[in-house]
Design a protein around this ligand. Sequence first.
Ligand code: AMP
Length: 436
Amino acid sequence: MTFEETTLCESLRNAISKSGYVKPTPVQKHGMPIVSAGRDLMACAQTGSGKTAAFLLPILQQLMADGAAASSFSELQEPEALIVAPTRELINQIYLEARKFSFGTCVRPVVVYGGVSTGYQMRELSRGCNVLCGSPGRLLDMIGRGKVGLSKVRYFVLDEADRMLDMGFEPDMRRIVASPGMPPKEHRQTLMFSATYPDDIQRLALDFLRPDYLFLAVGVVGGACSDVEQTFVQVTKFSKREQLLDLLRSTGTERTMVFVETKRQADFIATFLCQEKVPTTSIHGDREQRERENALADFRSGKCPVLVATSVAARGLDIPDVQHVVNFDLPNNIDDYVHRIGRTGRCGNTGRAVSFFDPDTDSQLAQPLVSILAKAQQEVPSWLEDSALGSGGSGFAQQRNSFAPSNPRKGSSLQDNCGPSQPASQAADDDDDNWE
Ligand code: AMP
């Protein structure tokens, strides 16, 4: 119930209090003892609920207790913990958290991700590495170059686990666990965290987890953060731009993320807003890594209070004071919607999400949206409900298969108001930007 009750060492306790954490969040309360007890875990908790510390703290505690110390004498670094996440910005954010919590100790985290100099990252690695945070492509590259060995891995963490196991990254995950020296699942601890877990991904995850893994659900599996007020505006393709401008003019300098579906659209909308004198920047997969990082920095600092983004920025990013998320284009699957609006309303703060709904293109999302709104106890517009009924079937329950008894998972379940989960996202169009 409290951080004082845990067996965390003094340096971690100091870091926790410096971070301003007074008491553990629910996913920390339940998740940390599971990780410390050596169990595999699939944890589901809403966006912004403190999942990063839920895995970092017990891992760092154990490494410190075991006297893990980075060695700078070896060309080949063999980390004890391996953490993967789907985007460069997110893995860097996890690394910065790990560095904050391990500051002043012998445990050394390192990060590797694409789009920046390999030489610098190799030099950082060679200075010693206990906790390696990586995006899949660069991580596999480092393993291939003989810079990273996996034989000492005790913890394998998949953040945004459903994304790491879907069609885009699954082959990379299989390559990582099949890499020379990587302990089999029986001899490592595998930890998965996300706010969403489609059923088929849960089944696939069994390949990576020990059969007695625990499933921890805080709130509704796949549910939206209840601290985000969700509203919908009916639009047509041609009215959206002006409606966006009106909206942004009314919100003034509030920090706002505007999500669009394609990289081209991100450039187009960002340029349009700049021409209209709204200080805007953008992030998507075709921008140089330096540009992506500058865009985030300008957004964080408030220099550009509007960030136009593709789904590359939908998951995990923890940017303080994002008051407002706009779905200029709705995504093509409900999980992306949940992650996108989760960029606001983080860790007890409130936020607002406004989504443009174009009946010509978005009607397939009406049913799952109604379901998400109802579960978050939010008002459902009658026109959206009509659209849901019109787009097939009367019950939105059919959109999400009931999670609990019929699920073929073997592991025991620690469910807390556990609700249904949903079908996996399907193949994206060519210009979709969900990737590393
Ligand atoms: P995460 O879901 O891990 O991205 O965390 C969301 C935000 O909550 C981050 O800004 C964390 O620093 C913050 N946070 C995590 N745990 C706690 C806690 N126990 N008390 C207060 N804030 C926290």
